[in-house]
Write a protein that binds this ligand. Structure first.
Ligand code: ADP
Ligand code: ZN
Length: 625
C-alpha cells in the first residue's frame, strides 16, 4: 500500500491487481500528492510498468519529469522506494521537497551524524518511509545491505545512471557496485534514469546494471523552451554582461567557467557591474560552497558562476539562462549543463562564447590527461563532436538531437543559426595558405609553432619573434593580408574543428593531418563560416518569452504579492521558494483568483498536502486589496 498519509487511502493494487486498478492508483497519487492532472509523455506507461514489477531504463532530458517515474510507483507499491543518487549535497532539499508534499522521505549519506543516520535506519525498518535516498558509496558497506534486508523494498531507482559508464563524462566507480542489487533482490523492480544518453552510454548502462530484460523508454531529448546560441569569443566578460543586461536582467542563471580563477574573476566582475553573483568551485571552503548553493536555490535572481562541479541534480526550476564562457569537454556535458535552464518549461537561453584559445586549451588538457592512448582518443572524440556543434552552419538543435539518436529533425527556429543563418564563404585558398605555412616551417626548418605565430607570418608582421627565426624570409611571409587577425583565428579554429589541422601540447603547436593533404594537393574545397564582426542579436520574438499564463497588469501585481508571501513562507520553513510553489503555479493562481480551497486545489501543482498547509495563506493574500 502506498504510504502517503492521506485521509482516505487508495485501493491496494498488490493482490491480483489489474493494470487498470494500478493506473487508477497511480493517477490518484499524481493528483492528490503532486497536484498534477495528468502524466506527461511516457510517465504513465513507465509508472504502470514499474508498479507491475518490471525493470525500466528511462532516458529523458533534464526537466522531462524523471522523478515521478519512481516516486509514484514507490508510493503505490508496498514498501520503501530506495533511490541511489550521487547528489549528496542535494538530498536534504529533495527530502524537504517531498516532505512538503506529505511524502515520508529520508536519506543516508556521509554528511550525517551517526544518530541522524540511526533514526532514518529505524524509520526504514519500521516501514515509516516512502522513499529512502542513498549515496552509492554506502552500498559498499555490508551494514547497508544488512539494513536493506530488514525492510520491505518497493523498488530501486538508480538516478544519474550514466555514472556507471566508464567512458562517459561522469564515471563513479561506486556505481559499478549497483549490479549487486539485482543479484540480491531479483524480484524488486529497478528503474535506471538518466538525461545523458548516447547509444554507447545506454548500452553500457544496460550491460553494467544487468538491465538486459528491462523495458527502455526513450523520450525525445528536445528542450523546445531553451534557445541555443554560440558566439565567437572576443571579450567574454563584456559579452556576458551585455547578454545578461539586455536579455536576463534580474533572472537566476548559471555561468560556467573552466578554472577556479576565472570563476572568481567573473563573479567579481558581475558584482562590480550590479549583477548579484556568487562563485562556486571545488577550491572554496565547504561551508562557503554550501552557503552559495543554498543562496542560489533560495534567493530570486541570483547568478552563480561555477566550474562544472556545480549543478548536477539542481532542481531549481526557474533558472532562466546557462552561459558558458569556456568550451565544455563534450556534447553530453554541454547538454546536461544547458539542460539546467528552464526545467519549468518557460523560455530560457543557453548561451556560449567560444574561440580558438578554447580549442588549444582543451587539446592541451587531453594531451596532459592521465590514462592510456585509448582514453585520450575517447576524449578527442568528445571534443570533436563539441567543436562540430560550435561550427555548424545548420540548426544547433537538430545537430544536438541527432547526436542523441534522433536524426532527421526539421530546423527549430529557436537557435542562433536558425534565427540568423550564418553566411559561408569559400575558404579553400585561405586554408591552403595557412596549411602550407605550417608545412613549410616543418619541411624547411623542422619547426612547429602555435596559431598566433603562424598568423603573424601570414600577415607579414616583422615582430621580434619573426625576426629572431628569420621567418620574414619564408616564401609565405605576408601572403595572408587579405584577412584580418580575427578572421585568421576563425580559419584556424574551423580547420581544427574539421580535422584539417591538429594542435598539440603545452604550446599548442599546429600540425598537419592526413586530411590536410587533401586540401593542399587534391583540391578539396573548404567551405567556412563567416566570422561576424559582432554576434547578431537574436530576433526579438525570442526576447519576449511566452509564459504559460500571460498576466494582465493587475494580475502581475497580485503575482508579485504572492511571490512575497512565498518568500516569507519559505524563509520561515527554511526551504527554497520553489518547494512551496513553482512560479507557474503562482502565475495560474494570480490569473484565476480562486475563491475557495476547492477552487485553489484545482490548480496545477497544488496537491492535498500543500492545500492543507498553504491554502489559507494563499486565500488571505488573494483577499487583501
Ligand atoms: P528531471 O528529473 O527529469 O530533470 P523533474 O522530475 O525534476 O525532471 O521534473 C521537472 C519538472 O516538471 C518538475 O518541476 C516537476 O514538478 C514537473 N513535472 C513533472 N511531471 C509533471 C506532470 N506530469 N505534470 C506537471 N508537472 C510535472
Ligand atoms: Zn535551430
Amino acid at each position: 500500500m502506498g504510504r502517503v498519509t492521506l485521509p482516505d487511502q487508495v485501493g491496494t493494487p498488490t493482490t491480483a491487481s489489474t493494470a487498470a486498478a494500478e493506473s487508477g492508483a497511480a493517477q490518484e497519487v499524481l493528483r492528490r500528492v503532486f497536484g498534477y492532472d495528468r502524466f506527461r509523455g511516457d510517465q504513465a506507461e513507465i509508472v504502470a510498468h514499474v508498479i507491475d514489477g518490471g525493470d525500466a531504463l528511462v532516458l529523458m532530458p533534464t526537466g522531462g519529469g524523471k522523478s515521478l517515474c519512481y516516486q509514484v510507483p514507490a508510493l503505490v507499491r508496498p514498501g520503501v522506494g530506495v533511490v541511489v543518487s550521487p547528489l549528496i549535497a542535494l538530498m536534504q532539499d529533495q527530502v524537504d521537497a517531498l516532505s512538503a508534499l506529505g511524502v515520508r522521505a529520508g536519506f543516508l549519506n556521509s554528511t550525517q551524524y551517526p544518530d541522524e543516520r540511526r533514526t532514518v535506519e529505524a524509520q526504514f525498518v519500521a516501514g515509516e518511509l516512502d522513499l529512502l535516498y542513498l549515496a552509492p558509496e554506502r552500498l559498499r558497506l555490508e551494514s547497508t545491505t544488512q539494513l536493506l534486508a530488514r525492510g520491505e523494498i518497493a523498488l530501486f531507482a538508480i538516478d544519474e545512471a550514466h555514472c556507471v559508464s566508464q567512458w562517459g563524462h561522469d564515471f563513479r566507480p561506486d556505481y559499478l557496485e549497483l549490479s549487486v542489487l539485482h543479484q540480491r533482490w531479483p524480484k524488486v523492480p529497478r528503474v535506471a534514469l538518466t538525461a545523458t544518453a548516447t547509444e554507447r552510454t545506454r548500452d553500457e548502462i544496460v550491460h553494467r546494471l544487468d538491465l538486459g530484460s528491462s523495458r527502455q523508454f526513450v523520450a525525445s531529448f528536445d528542450r523546445p523552451n531553451i534557445q541555443y546560441r554560440i558566439e565567437p569569443k572576443n571579450r567574454p566578460e563584456r559579452q556576458l554582461l551585455d547578454f545578461i543586461r539586455t536579455e536576463h536582467a534580474g533572472d537566476a542563471g548559471i555561468v560556467y567557467c573552466l578554472s577556479r580563477n576565472s570563476v572568481e574573476k567573473t563573479a567579481a566582475f558581475l558584482n562590480e557591474n550590479g549583477i548579484s553573483a556568487v562563485p562556486y568551485h571545488a577550491g572554496l571552503d565547504n561551508r562557503v560552497r554550501a552557503a552559495n548553493q543554498s543562496r542560489f536555490l533560495r534567493e530570486e535572481g541570483l547568478v552563480v558562476v561555477a566550474t562544472i562541479a556545480f549543478g548536477m541534480g539542481i532542481d531549481k526550476p526557474d533558472v532562466r539562462f546557462v552561459a558558458h564562457l569556456d568550451l565544455p569537454k563534450s556534447v553530453e556535458g554541454y547538454y546536461q549543463e544547458t539542460g539546467r535552464a528552464g526545467r519549468d518549461g518557460q523560455p530560457s537561453t543557453a548561451w556560449m562564447v567560444y574561440g580558438l584559445a578554447d580549442v588549444v586549451q582543451q587539446r592541451k588538457l587531453i594531451d596532459n590527461s592521465e590514462g592510456d592512448a585509448a582514453h585520450r582518443r575517447q576524449l578527442q572524440l568528445h571534443l570533436d563532436a563539441m567543436l562540430a556543434l560550435c561550427e555548424t552552419v545548420g540548426c544547433r538543435r537538430t545537430r544536438l538531437l541527432a547526436y542523441f539518436g534522433q536524426p532527421d529533425q526539421t530546423p527549430c527556429g529557436n537557435c542562433d543559426t536558425c534565427l540568423t543563418p550564418p553566411e559561408s564563404w569559400d575558404g579553400t585558398v585561405a586554408a591552403q595558405k595557412l596549411l602550407s605555412t605550417v608545412l613549410r616551417l616543418k619541411r624547411e626548418r623542422g619547426q612547429s609553432f602555435g596559431a598566433g605565430h603562424i598568423i603573424e607570418i601570414l600577415l607579414g608582421k616583422q615582430n621580434p619573434k619573426v625576426l629572431q627565426y628569420d621567418h620574414h624570409e619564408l616564401k609565405v611571409f605576408g601572403i595572408g593580408t587579405d584577412l584580418r587577425d580575427t578572421e585568421w583565428r576563425g580559419v584556424v579554429r574551423q580547420l581544427l574543428a574539421a580535422g584539417l589541422l591538429a594542435v598539440h601540447g603545452d604550446y599548442g603547436v599546429l600540425t598537419l593531418t592526413e586530411a590536410s593533404n587533401e586540401v593542399l594537393f587534391d583540391g578539396r574545397k573548404v567551405p567556412l563560416r563567416r566570422e561576424p564582426e559582432r554576434a547578431a542579436k537574436p530576433a526579438r520574438a525570442a526576447k519576449s518569452p511566452k509564459v504559460a499564463v500571460e498576466l494582465a497588469p493587475a494580475d502581475a501585481s497580485l503575482f508579485d504579492r504572492l511571490r512575497k508571501w512565498r518568500a516569507a513562507t519559505a524563509k520561515e520553513q527554511g526551504v527554497p521558494a520553489y518547494v512551496v510553489f513553482h512560479d507557474a503555479t503562482l502565475r495560474e493562481i494570480a490569473a484565476r483568483k480562486p475563491a475557495s480551497l476547492a477552487e485553489l486545489g484545482a490548480i496545477s501543482g497544488i496537491g492535498e498536502n500543500k492545500l492543507a498547509k498553504y491554502g489559507a495563506g494563499v486565500l488571505e493574500v488573494l483577499a487583501e486589496e
